[in-house]
Design a protein around this ligand. Structure first.
Ligand code: AP5
Ligand code: MG
Length: 221
């Protein structure tokens, strides 16, 4: 799998992980693995996983590690991951990162980069409060920064756009707190392993895309 992207996009809620991962899928031919998207689909379909995860997600808390690690291990077995993968929203805790190391080692793989996307808190709140997500295909828009052509309608598939439950102001504050206490320690975890690269996540979506490609280019081409 030389030349394949095996990347973690690390950053707080609203850093633009999902937006960039979707663009990078095309650039690098790697599969986006968004644990948030997988969980929201499970909630919408009322699967056993969805029923267990629903309360955690709507309150802005993390879903227990045991549920997440299993779903990632299964997702990595899917065919599209053979050309590489971009984790978006995983790992979120040190135990998740340790489990990922174990899962990859078992498959004879390792990560080639952890890209930390940095965005200050005031911009994060603005981004999350204005985000609209497609119910059908999961595409993301923003009422001001990345508006759909038709209000409330997805440009890609015509699906209905909605506001995520956890994008309400109070829940956003809680998610940011959870990020600081449980996820931010991963920056040092990966720095110590020589995997960390950092980019400024403030700017136009295309500018950030160019920064991400520059940061990852030598690893995946
Ligand atoms: P998850 O879905 O992973 O959410 P998150 O990490 O909180 O991140 P977001 O999806 O909110 O932000 P993003 O960085 O993807 O930004 P986006 O590109 O959308 O997790 C949700 C919940 O699921 C968690 O709280 C937890 O309960 C559970 N969960 C998920 N994974 C878990 C795990 N591993 N362990 C435990 N629990 C887990 O951009 C945001 C907005 O900004 C959009 O409107 C976009 O259009 C706009 N935007 C993007 N880039 C720019 C830009 N450059 N300029 C202007 N606007 C921009
Ligand atoms: Mg996301």
């Amino acid at each position: 799998m030389a030349g394949a992207a095996r990347v973690v996009l690390l950053g707080p809620p609203g850093a633009g992980k999902g937006t960039q991962a979707k663009l990078l899928q095309d650039e690098f031919g790697a599969a986006q693995i968004s644990t948030g998207d997988i969980l929201r689909k499970a909630v919408a379909e009322q699967t056993p996983l969805g029923k267990q995860a629903s309360g955690f997600i709507s309150s802005g808390a993390l879903v227990p590690d045991s549920l997440i690690v299993n779903l990632v291990a299964e997702r990595l077995k899917e065919k599209d991951c053979a050309k590489g993968f971009l984790f978006d929203g995983f790992p979120r805790t040190i135990p998740q990162a340790e489990s990922l190391d174990g899962i990859l080692k078992k498959a004879g793989l390792d990560l080639n980069c952890v890209l930390s996307v940095q965005v200050p808190q005031n911009i994060i709140v603005e981004r999350l409060a204005g985000r609209r997500t497609c119910r059908k295909c999961g595409a993301m828009f923003h009422v001001a920064f990345n508006a759909p052509k038709l209000d409330g309608v997805c440009d890609s598939c015509g699906g209905e756009l909605y506001q995520r439950d956890d994008d309400k102001e109070q829940t956003i504050a809680h998610r940011l707190q959870v990020y600081d206490t449980q996820t931010a320690p991963l920056v040092n975890y990966y720095r110590a392993r020589g995997l960390l690269r950092e980019i400024d996540g403030v700017g136009e979506i295309d500018q950030i895309r160019a920064r991400v490609i520059e940061a990852l280019g030598d690893l995946v081409r």
